[in-house]
Ligand binder design. Structure first.
Ligand SMILES: Cc1cc2nc3c(=O)[nH]c(=O)nc-3n(C[C@H](O)[C@H](O)[C@H](O)COP(=O)(O)OP(=O)(O)OC[C@H]3O[C@@H](n4cnc5c(N)ncnc54)[C@H](O)[C@@H]3O)c2cc1C
Length: 413
């Protein structure tokens, strides 16, 4: 039975219905919170970061603290799937590769050892054996094979969280742009003022605005966050005739990441049979409201990489399909999960800066955001890496200068 919450008063108002806001709304409504989820565009639109057909799952990170979040999320993905009754998460092996001396790759291997993640470090010959001759790495490279990889269907996953939230009694409204958030001085809580509807009163508020985070937080609090939107391009390449099945999910072929320059990632063939997703982690700095919609990342190094890695079995002349998407990059590529502070104190929580690698962890991020607004602290996850204060202490941090095209390496997908 759907619960109805009357009028315009809620326990929690979530702004932004990408994967993070939808996951938070699901978690909040599941715990009995009267929840309102607001989205400026149509639900499941293609103008943010959470649309499309595939996102990589992996547990291998150079930073130790993401492992725990990936593992907790794996359980929560299972839980949500069993509640909705369909799958959005498809398992595969995961394979990292790169020059043997690459510091990030070495940190990933060390993290596997620290966490006792079952893994194999492979040389060129062992890589060829393991993947039936499909993957080739240079002599001076290493491969790292782990079991926890796979692919999530993003649009279907966002839809899943929204359906579950609705089933739990949450109210969902799209085409409602939040213009400002005002403190309710009389009774406490906040007013969410929108361009078309409301205003809505909430005890608490969660901001999950993706590439619009810097704009929205500046409007709401005056605070200038260093979260930079980037436009990035996903590329699909044709597998040569007769070899399609060898690259398909469900067999030996893994999700993969290459710690080379540029950082390259990809998934087994799933969403478009006969095509494989292989892309560069990077993009062009942009204003999310004035997108360039192209021209996309330069493909020269990607073509060369494909030719060298897949035994000539993937046509490297050019992608046969591309899709555009947005990253919201923090300077250190770590997430931002914290109270906004200032006059809002602990009433407004922000979840942003997911820097092109957040999707797999959306279930645990949603849970932490719910914990923060409900109890003032997140359970079971160390949040110190995600605090806003790190930008104040060291405002430039290790900010990479955003030039025309920006490529990153340590985190990736
Ligand atoms: C090409 C690409 C590949 C990726 N690959 C991977 C991967 O392999 N593995 C992985 O884990 N992650 C990956 N990611 C990252 C992951 O997809 C993102 O971290 C995640 O989708 C971010 O979700 P979000 O909810 O923060 O942002 P969004 O999905 O952009 O959601 C924010 C929402 O807020 C809404 N909004 C903004 N302002 C307002 C307002 N004022 N009022 C109302 N609504 C508002 C927006 O319209 C938007 O719908 C990838 C991202 C891209 C783009």
């Amino acid at each position: 039975m759907e619960k109805e919450y009357s009028g315009d008063k809620f326990d929690v108002i979530v702004v932004g219905a990408g994967v993070m806001g939808s996951s938070a709304a699901y978690q909040l409504s599941k715990r009995g919170q009267a929840t309102l989820l607001l989205e400026q565009f149509d639900f499941l639109h293609h103008r943010g970061s959470s649309h499309g057909e595939s996102r990589t799952i992996r547990a291998t990170y150079p930073e130790d603290y993401y492992y725990n979040m990936v593992m907790k999320s794996a359980k929560l993905w299972e839980e949500a799937q069993s509640e909705i009754g369909y799958r959005v998460y498809f398992n595969a092996q995961h394979f990292d590769m790169g020059p043997a001396q690459d510091l990030s790759l070495r940190a990933v291997i060390a993290s596997c050892e620290n966490h006792s993640i079952p893994h194999q470090v492979l040389d060129r010959r062992q890589v060829a054996d393991k993947f039936s001759g499909l993957i080739d790495i240079p002599e001076n490279w290493l491969g790292l094979s782990t079991e926890l990889g796979g692919v999530i269907n993003p649009t279907k996953a966002v839809s899943m969280f929204q359906s579950l939230a609705r089933k739990n009694g949450a109210v969902l409204r799209d085409n409602v742009e939040v213009e400002k958030i005002v403190k309710d001085e009389e009774r406490g809580g906040i007013w969410v003022v929108t361009a078309n509807g409301g205003p809505f009163w909430g005890r608490k508020c969660v901001l999950t605005a993706g590439a619009w985070t810097t704009k929205l937080v500046k409007t709401v609090t005056g605070l200038e966050l260093p979260i930079q939107p980037l436009e990035t391009t996903v590329c699909y390449w044709r597998i040569k005739e007769g070899h399609e099945g060898r690259f398909a999910i469900g067999g030996d072929f893994p999700t993969f990441a290459s710690y080379s320059e540029p950082y390259i990632y990809g998934t087994p063939s799933l969403e478009y049979p006969g095509l494989i997703k292989i892309a560069v982690h990077g993009g062009y700095a942009c204003d999310p409201d004035k997108r360039p919609w192209g021209p996309g990342v330069s493909l020269d190094s990607l073509k060369e990489w494909i030719e060298g890695r897949f035994m000539g079995l993937v046509d490297s002349n050019g992608p046969v399909a591309t899709q555009l998407c947005m990253y919201s990059m923090s300077p250190d590529e770590d997430f931002v999960i914290d109270f906004v502070g200032g006059e809002f104190g602990e009433d407004v929580v922000i979840g942003g800066g997911f820097s092109g690698h957040g999707f797999k962890m959306a279930p645990v991020v949603g849970r932490i955001l719910a914990d923060l607004v409900m109890f003032g602290k997140g359970e079971g996850v160390e949040l110190k890496h995600f605090r806003l204060g790190r930008f104040k202490e060291n405002p430039k941090g290790n900010v990479k200068v955003f030039e025309v095209q920006v490529r990153f390496s340590p985190h990736s997908q």
